[in-house]
Ligand binder design. Structure first.
Ligand code: PEP
Length: 252
């Protein structure tokens, strides 16, 4: 069975609850449009917007942008997985580069979060990717290999059946400098190879997304590559019209 195309918007620290509500109402049409094209769509609002968006459009994948690896306790400012589950949230980003660079999240933290999410039957969307400096030094594959090896260590082939991985070169996030489709495919193909080595044939079920300055004008080129199953989109996911264009341009 082929991997279903997946388009996920990362809203970062944008949209108040009211603004998220406006998008969610408009997304009812988007869901129908995407369904016709056999594309799964989702958004990752702030914690505050999660419940509202999920209630208004239960068909939309609604993911948190982060979670604690702990279930409860003295972790001021954190949100636990059972709290997300209680409001119907089953997806969560892990290791977005902004969390890694601004909040010191390591591959080991990511591993703990991914394990906790899988134990809770949730879908981790694990973000990996190299910085500009690492890219310029030719270290992309070594960096990604370490992120995959440590981030997914201790998981079985069965554990990863719902996992999603996003390759997001840090130098392309929010910069307008998207990686070429050749670079993106080369790294996503490499990620698939690593996944195959660890998880055997289940690696074929894992969806790998490209993220980094994806816009309606360039989304299709990524999706036509064999190891790129969708996109993780920041800026271009915020406006309903632009989200609709992303779906439309992915094509049939
Ligand atoms: C992101 O936040 O994951 C992202 C890819 O952002 P942008 O599309 O704005 O580059």
């Amino acid at each position: 069975m082929g991997r279903k195309k997946l388009l996920v918007g990362n809203w970062k620290m944008n949209k108040t609850i009211l603004e998220a509500e406006v998008f969610a109402k408009a997304s009812l049409d988007l869901s129908a449009f995407a369904e016709q094209r056999e594309i799964e769509i989702g958004v990752c609002p702030t914690f505050l917007g999660l419940k509202t968006v999920k209630e208004i459009n239960p068909k939309l994948i609604v993911g948190a942008q982060n979670c604690s690896e702990f279930d409860h306790g003295a972790y001021t400012g954190e949100i636990a997985i059972p709290m997300l589950k209680e409001i119907g949230i089953n997806w969560c980003l892990v290791g977005h580069s902004e969390r890694r660079s601004y909040y010191g999240e390591t591959n080991e933290h990511c591993n703990a979060k991914i394990k906790a999410l899988i134990a809770a039957d949730m879908v981790p969307l694990y973000c990996v990717g190299e910085t500009l400096d690492q890219f310029e030094k030719g270290e992309t594959k070594a960096v990604v290999e370490e992120q995959i090896r440590i981030g997914l260590s201790g998981l079985s082939a069965d554990d990863v059946r719902n996992l999603v991985v996003a390759y997001e070169p840090v130098w392309s996030i929010g910069t307008g400098k998207n990686a070429s489709k050749e670079i993106a495919q080369d790294v996503c193909g490499y990620i698939r190879k690593l996944l195959r080595a660890s998880f055997g044939e289940n690696a074929e079920k894992i969806r790998i997304l490209y993220g980094g300055s994806v816009k309606p004008v360039n989304v299709k080129e990524y999706l036509s590559e064999p190891d790129i199953d969708g996109a993780l989109v920041g800026g271009a996911s915020l406006a309903v019209e632009s989200f609709r264009e992303l779906i439309a341009n992915i094509g049939e």
